[in-house]
Design a protein around this ligand. Structure first.
Ligand SMILES: *[C@@H]1O[C@H](CO)[C@@H](O)[C@H](O)[C@H]1NC(C)=O
Length: 279
């Protein structure tokens, strides 16, 4: 079989899959699902693809680092064995069959954490529906195959490039989760939400991290009370999708509310209604 196209949503085995794709010599297009976390720094204001990418030396969590290293490898492989590559940098993605963004959101609600808010919720963040994400992947494959036929000018090419892909409609961090919580039946009023100043929670996290560090000899980090994770809740983090619009022809399709509703309904069905799995 001639594997003309392999679109891979990869996590851990990036390197192995990249090696295989090169070795078989018949893969023409390699689309890597990267992450917006590959760029240095949490706070971002309409960051473009020129933003510096993390390296081996960066101080960051393992997920961001592995995505950054994989992305760099994938882009360096562009043009090898007649294979063109592209990286799509996604922010937190939500939709049907989503255990992560929506799943973790609902779990937080069940722990009553939806009545807490870090910061004043003016910080815009990017989100991406699974439907928009899928569209971007298909456009990327098509663009690479088209470039096999006819290479593009540097300013227009897709091969060997990275792209931010988002819903193109930033939403404050807590607003996104409130959409999920409301869809899951929550009716908490704004006045019932306790607002925690970022400095207070970051100080507390610093203490918790230190205690962990001492008692686990630096081997384990706390799961939630970590400054690197908490920073995402109160800092602006926005990315420009101009490059994706211009070069991939990416247009926004999915309706956020409908996608959140569908994702929440699916999650609740799976986890709380005892319905058949695999539905
Ligand atoms: C990727 O490879 C193709 C084919 O060799 C080449 O035309 C294109 O310029 C490369 N992209 C980058 C960013 O170097």
């Amino acid at each position: 079989m001639h594997a003309a196209v392999i679109t891979l949503m990869l996590m851990a085995q990036d390197n192995i899959l990249l090696g295989c794709a090169v070795a078989v010599q018949s893969v023409k297009a390699f689309v890597y699902t990267s992450s917006a976390t590959v760029v240095e720094g949490v706070a971002q204001h309409m960051a473009s693809e020129d933003t510096r990418v993390k390296t081996e030396k960066s101080k960051c969590d393992d997920y961001a680092k592995s995505k950054a290293l994989a992305e760099t490898m994938v882009l360096q492989t562009n043009g090898t064995a007649n294979m063109l590559t592209v990286c799509l940098r996604l922010p937190s993605t939500y939709g049907e069959r989503d255990e992560q963004n929506i799943g973790e959101g609902i779990k937080a609600m069940r722990r009553n954490e939806h009545k807490l808010q870090v910061g004043d919720n003016t910080n815009l963040c990017e989100w991406l529906s699974a439907e928009n994400a899928a569209q971007a992947h298909l456009l990327a494959v098509e663009a690479l195959l088209a470039e096999h036929q006819q290479p593009k000018e540097i300013a227009e090419r897709v091969a060997g490039e990275a792209f931010f892909v988002t819903d193109g409609e930033a939403l404050p961090f807590w607003d996104h989760f409130r959409l999920i919580w409301r869809a899951a039946g929550d009716r908490t009023a704004e006045s019932e939400v306790t607002k925690i100043p970022p400095l207070a929670i970051m100080s507390l996290a610093a203490i918790v991290e230190t205690i962990y560090w001492i008692f686990t000899f630096g081997r384990t980090k706390p799961k939630a009370m970590r400054r690197d994770l908490l920073a995402f809740t109160f800092l602006e983090r926005t990315f420009s999708i101009d490059k994706a619009r211009k070069r991939l022809g990416y247009i926004l399709k999915a309706n956020r509310n409908a996608q959140v509703q569908a994702g929440v309904r699916w999650y609740l069905d799976q986890h709380f209604l005892g319905r058949d799995k695999g539905d």
